[in-house]
Design a protein around this ligand. Structure first.
Ligand code: F6R
Length: 614
């Protein structure tokens, strides 16, 4: 959940580190720091609060040096104050470490080190890593060996970068388990980069190598060597990533979230492109090879994910069950491995994850693999752990998503699941060529339909202004759009801090109806889908209890126009694609409420972009 960046080269390190941290601020933003090596001395600056505070500090007192490490933090051990910010250093300041993850045996290690006379300067688990490396260096080990020895003692998932004044010509980096990745960037002219995420280094290079769990690397100005934790050298595989830096810039938009909402037509086009042939209705995913035999043998798909990604699985279930008639079970990833799921080798575990690094999702995938299932994943971040662990994957193709609140990485996987459902149905002989062509044909209009919703942004803004002071909201949906209600509520609560509940509309009468009065707006997702009639009657019930109703409905629907106080209109679209279009006004609604309340839309409190701890 923290952001890491490192640089070694001929240029001044600090501007490069701070720029990298700016691009990673979405990962953690309660404190930040840098350590730079100059003339054999490590200088450190760390500040609680937003990165801007650190930047202002460094402007007053610049730190020279051409090798350094930086960190932006999302606190796990120790409150977000200056002394808990990274990098952490040993007492004589010859070793500095930045860290992402949790040292699970931190308490016994701290006690052991303290009994040896080590004095801790922070409350973090990270500091034990520094002292352990220091211990082995003091015993005469070279830095790489000292780091390896220290890592062997740690329990948990951890990623680190180490800088040492004793060996100034290198950075050591390592990855244990799934606590976020480490990417090594190969620059031109004797410079190299290290980061937890691609956006931190994309402006310098697109040639990168990813560390696998259990690997460490020695990075010098001229390249990198990768080793296992046992010291065995492994070949470095350099890949060129297709994203460029403009994709990670805010441009003319006030917030990344608004930019990313507006990127959806493009993102949908990209996720469809190359996978479907609208003339024939054929679908193929090059990274998810799928035979007729396997599709027909498939007994069940277990879908698992967290948060917004989990909501995509609820839509996926409806699509796959309706079209391919394969039973689908969906389970929140943090529950999956404790649920003793019934899985065998004729089943698939399909994980959905934007980051591909979410600890709970990765753990669920491990559980699936362990029980013999085929692993599939729908992921966005190229080279992520989920992508590499899966037997087959679909990449979302939406480019980097920077805003903590996910938007384009919600709608794109809905489309990926739609395509997957059609493909499975086709392979299982459940579609005529005409039906397949028709279902696939709709996809070409989808980006345009989303554009039409975005064109009504002013209207959403007006309604957001009207309701921005509400304290609670109840989002209702049914069937395929139950997930739209859940997701709309999640968007609102995470960025505006307004309490919002997503509920299956049919359940309202079993409890939540008691909450309804004029202070409890009901946001009802009522597009033209097979659940429409049922939804209308629930909207009427809510209205008759005095609740203001904001509906998401299909253009021309006079019945809803009569009963609802406000309507976000969406164009008429085939019902299986309604979730992709109906969520867009709700994303905008949440965005404008949070923005008008003056909140930090892109970096809401207590959250981080990828949740790499359990
Ligand atoms: C909400 C949001 C989170 C993520 C969840 C899973 O807007 O972004 O709920 O969806 O943390 O993250 P990924 O998709 O990276 O596994």
């Amino acid at each position: 959940m923290c952001g890491i960046v490192g640089y070694i080269g001929e240029r001044q390190a600090v501007p490069i580190l701070l720029n990298g941290l700016k691009r990673l601020e979405y990962r953690g933003y309660d404190s930040a720091g840098v350590a730079v090596l100059h003339n054999g001395v490590i200088s450190v600056k760390r500040r609680a609060g937003k990165l801007r505070i650190l930047i202002e500090d460094i402007e007053q007192e610049p730190l020279p040096g051409t090798v350094g490490i930086g960190h932006t933090r999302w606190a796990t051990h120790g409150e977000p104050i200056d002394r808990n910010a990274h990098p952490h250093v040993n007492p004589v300041r010859t070793i500095a470490v930045v860290h992402n993850g949790i040292v699970e045996n931190f308490l016994p290690l701290r006690e052991e080190l303290e009994s040896e006379g080590v004095r801790f300067q922070s409350d973090t688990d990270t500091e034990v890593i520094v002292h352990l490396i220091d211990r082995f260096v003091a015993a005469g080990r070279p830095l790489v060996e000292a780091t390896r020895e220290a890592l062997r003692i740690l329990k948990g998932s951890n990623a680190i970068v180490v800088l040492s004044a004793l060996e100034p010509d290198k950075l050591i980096t390592a990855r244990l388990g799934n606590a976020g990745g480490i990417v090594i960037g190969f620059g031109e002219d004797g410079e190299m980069f290290v980061a937890s995420d691609l956006p931190a280094i994309l402006e310098h290079t697109r040639r990168v190598a990813f560390l696998e769990p259990g690997q460490m690397a020695v990075v010098t100005r001229n390249g990198a060597r990768i080793f296992t934790l046992e010291g065995e050298e492994v070949p470095v595989q350099v890949t060129t990533v297709p994203w460029d830096i403009s994709a990670a810039e805010k441009g003319a938009y006030k917030h990344f979230m608004l930019k990313e909402i507006h990127e959806q037509p493009r993102a949908l086009m990209d996720t469809i492109a190359g996978r479907v042939d609208v003339r024939t209705g054929e679908i193929a995913f090059s990274t998810l090879p799928l035979s007729k035999d396997f599709a027909r043998r498939l007994k069940k798909i277990h879908m698992t994910a967290c948060g917004t990604a989990y909501h995509t699985t609820l839509v996926g279930k409806v699509l796959i069950e309706r079209l391919a008639r394969i039973p689908v079970e969906t389970m929140i990833a943090s529950e999956f491995r404790y649920a003793d799921p019934i899985i065998d080798e004729d089943m698939v575990v399909l994980a959905v994850s934007q980051s591909g690094e979410t600890a709970d999702t990765l753990a669920a995938m491990h559980e699936g693999k362990h029980r013999g299932a085929t692993l599939w994943a729908i992921v966005n971040v190229i080279g992520s752990q989920a992508m590499r662990m899966a037997d087959g994957y679909i990449s979302m193709q939406v480019g980097p998503e920077i805003s903590v609140a996910s938007t384009k990485a919600y709608t794109a996987p809905l489309v990926d699941l739609y395509m997957l459902a059609i493909l499975l149905a086709d392979l299982r002989g459940r579609l005529t060529p005409q039906q397949r062509k028709e279902l696939v044909g709709h996809l070409q209009y989808l980006p345009g339909w989303v554009e039409q919703v975005l064109a009504r942004e002013e209207e959403v803004y007006r309604v957001a202004r009207k309701y921005m002071r509400m304290k609670n909201a109840l989002y209702l949906g049914r069937g395929i759009n139950m997930a739209t209600a859940y997701e709309g509520a999640l968007k609102l609560k995470e960025i505006s801090y307004i309490h919002a509940e997503g509920y299956p509309a049919g359940e309202m009468k079993h409890g939540p109806i008691a909450l309804l009065d004029e202070d409890m707006p009901v946001i009802a997702v009522v597009p033209q889908d097979p659940w429409y009639e049922k939804m209308i009657s629930q909207v009427e019930q809510a209205k008759s209890r005095g609740a203001p109703v904001i509906a998401v409905a299909t253009e021309g629907d006079e019945r809803i126009a009569e009963v609802a106080d406000e309507v976000f209109w969406i164009p008429e679209v085939p019902w299986m694609l309604t979730p992709v279009v109906a969520i867009v006004p709700l994303q905008l609604f949440a965005y404008y409420i949070a923005a008008e309340l003056g909140l930090d839309v892109d970096q809401p409190r207590n959250l981080a972009k990828s949740v790499t701890v359990e």
